[in-house]
Design a binder for this molecule. Sequence first.
Ligand SMILES: C[S@@+](CC[C@H](N)C(=O)[O-])C[C@H]1O[C@@H](n2cnc3c(N)ncnc32)[C@H](O)[C@@H]1O
Length: 394
Amino acid sequence: MNARVREGDPWCLPAGWPPPVAAARRVSERLVAQLQGEIEAAGGWIGFDRYMESVLYAPGLGYYSAGARKFGAAGDFVTAPEISPLFVDCLAETAAWVLRRQGGGILEIGAGSGVLAAGLRRRLGELGLGCDYAILETSASLRQVQAETLAGTEAGLAGVTWLDRPPAAFRGLVLANEVLDALPVVCFRVERGQVREYGVGRQGAGFGWRPAPGAGRCPDWLEAGDLPEGYASEYRPMLGPWLATVTGGLEAGGALLLDYGYGRGEYYHPQRDGGTLMCHYRHRAHPDPFLLPGLQDLTAHVDFTAVAEAASAAGLAVAGYTTQLHYLMDSGIDRHLQRRAGAVGGADYLRLAQAAKTLMLPGEMGERFKAIWLARDDGTLPPGFRGKNFLHLL
Ligand SMILES: C[S@@+](CC[C@H](N)C(=O)[O-])C[C@H]1O[C@@H](n2cnc3c(N)ncnc32)[C@H](O)[C@@H]1O
């Protein structure tokens, strides 16, 4: 929750920003009308988690549910598998280890454009480890994009299924890259020594921050006394139920989750006042969640201590936690770079090496992004987690 947001007109963009095309603006207007009606019906206030869920996932209207291009240079943001196949090569190391030990297949959650699925299937095929690949994806339009991406690969759609809910029983690998950050958050501010929930009310043609009527929500672990007066941040109440649901049927294997975030001590550091809620529109990052409803991405960093707590509650062993830099190094990114270098020319090699830097440099993605390994077995560490393990930071 950030005091600098300009509340009230959701389509008034800062100078120089590209406006949405007319059709996109009309979708946004329908979403705003729908949400304003919901707020009226609820007595003038909804939680920020409900707002975030709607602007990202409202069927046919939300950011991930409507058809606009999101990923890559022409979209709003770029994810690691879109940056380089080297990232996918490294994930394939963990996947191959799981498949050799446990058999089974892969369940990918939130597959985006399908680039990770395509690359992983290709690499596992090269290793003689072709397997079933299930995708759990909330967005109907992204399912379509994923199917097109995968249909264009050598293996095609053989063995690929899209699920409406997690399988009741399976073994192998659960994989989610940059999905946790897209799960809705609840916002709060410390006021007079108490945690005060802030949600959303109508303001002008759009929306503005409003304190919760009544006591609002506050998780057990969140102590206002540890934080300065006026401190604002967020947390993710649905993380526990979500993780329990997606891993509930996992009988053997583990879950590999990657995202940007911190352990709780670092996340709720007094100096991180304002929280981590961030919006992305055409590669512009800014803090106003009420701008362009449905046309921009909303995200917040991941509290990996909350992930670890949720995993323990779901009966998983929290076995490994490391930075993306160390995950990639331990998965042999330099070896993959050399292997690929043999197959490409000079300019392509430079591009690969540059992308590896983006993935690994501490000032880029190397330290802000983390990988966590949640095991449903004896807790032996897979490739990626045998180098540096930072479990003590959770
Ligand atoms: C930021 S994108 C990441 C895409 C991809 N994993 C990548 O690395 O490029 C988030 C993805 O998660 C999906 N998603 C968000 N919440 C989800 C949920 N609860 N269940 C399944 N998919 C979800 C979105 O629709 C989108 O495909």
